[in-house]
Design a protein around this ligand. Structure first.
Ligand SMILES: *Cc1c(COP(=O)(O)O)cnc(C)c1O
Length: 348
């Protein structure tokens, strides 16, 4: 078996193999999505998200198809007119582009990947933040989010695609949180978790936008009843439920992931060939590491690793050739990292 350090689609939990067979054998894959077993599956999975990720009881949960779909849902159903998009990398920038194409008056606030996000007090319908910028391995910390919360009267939408289920959040600091499951959740792609505060739901009801199959009021009305607006990804929900049953509570995962991140940064920081893309420890991601180096060296290293059964993540966007990325997701085992350390040392 190869080990994949790609930060999405990423290595799935080893137990997924058995869960796939279980899903088939259980008959759940062929049930009507309005039937009791389907609704019980949705309800049980919501319960597990609250129990394991500590999602507050008054936050609403829904399943949609991808993080990209969440970009559109927010633009369609939550923005009155304008949104501020603060970003330092490719995913945050793409989100701003998607919103603009849907007619949102977008104010872009690009910031440097080398420093923390700082904003003046601002009035906007929705502030859009990428909590973990997968393209360059930076993150917006909870203390920074707390500061934003105090400065922004509007809703705060948080793209947490490559950190949800990996690190612990203070959910109260955001109104819309979402993540597709092929990153930190350690599952196959094809589904996303969308979590909304009471304020976000109130905004959706105020706007009452119903022009789309994925209008948030419509989605929410269905999921409140543990139903879905369209035939959902039942296999995705089933796998999510089974994986959530096996993982510890997020505070425990958080401790493990942060510790492993610290070890990884320390290790790479000492390698003469490699530099950390982001010098500032305060903004470095715990779940996606981005390592910079000579372009040819990177190409050779990725090949060296691939020949030995280890897939290293390519760089992304502006950093495509000059960096490689290492996912530090919970589905990756400590022994996988032992192998990574061994290969990096052997390559040097
Ligand atoms: C991967 C990723 C996305 C896109 O996810 P899809 O499931 O492909 O829509 C969006 N935002 C961030 C931060 C990501 O890492």
């Amino acid at each position: 078996m190869t080990i994949s350090f790609y930060p999405g689609p990423s290595q799935v939990y080893p137990q997924v193999r058995t869960f796939l067979t279980d899903a088939y054998d259980s008959g759940i894959l062929s049930v009507n999505h309005r039937s009791a077993p389907a609704m019980e599956l949705v309800e049980a999975t919501f319960g597990l998200l609250r129990e394991k990720l500590l999602v507050p009881a008054d936050y609403h949960i829904a399943f949609v198809s991808s993080a990209t779909e969440c970009w559109e849902i927010i633009a369609q159903s939550l923005v009155r007119k304008s949104a501020v998009h603060a970003y330092n990398g490719a995913f945050g920038q793409k989100w701003a582009e998607y919103a603009r194409k849907l007619g949102v008056e977008v104010t872009e606030v690009p910031f440097s990947p080398e420093g923390e996000l700082a904003l003046q007090e601002l009035a906007t319908d929705v502030l859009c933040i990428t909590q973990n910028e997968t393209s360059n391995g930076t993150q917006v910390s909870m203390p920074v989010l707390r500061q934003l919360r105090e400065q922004v009267p509007g809703l705060i939408a948080v793209d947490a695609t490559s950190s949800m289920a990996g690190i612990a959040f203070d959910w109260s600091l955001g109104d819309i949180w979402y993540a597709s499951v092929q990153k930190c959740f350690g599952l196959p792609a094809g589904m996303a978790v969308l979590i909304c505060s009471p304020a976000a739901i109130a905004r959706a009801q105020e706007l009452n936008e119903r022009n789309h199959y994925n209008s948030l009021v419509f989605i929410d009305e269905n999921f409140r009843k543990f139903q879905t607006p369209y035939t959902p990804n039942v296999l995705g929900m089933y796998l999510l439920k089974r994986v959530l049953e096996t993982v510890p509570v997020i505070t425990e995962t958080d401790t493990k992931i942060r510790l492993r991140a610290r070890e990884l940064y320390h290790f790479f920081g000492q390698q003469p060939d490699w530099q950390l893309l982001t010098p500032s420890a305060a903004v470095r991601s715990d779940t996606v590491l981005t390592i910079a180096g000579d372009t040819n060296r990177i190409r050779d290293w990725k090949q060296f690793a691939a020949e030995r059964g280890v897939l290293v993540g390519n760089g992304y966007g502006n950093w495509k050739e000059s960096t490689f990325r290492i996912a530090n997701f919970p589905a990756l085992q400590d022994t996988d990292f032992t192998e990574l350390y061994r290969l990096i040392t052997a390559f040097a």
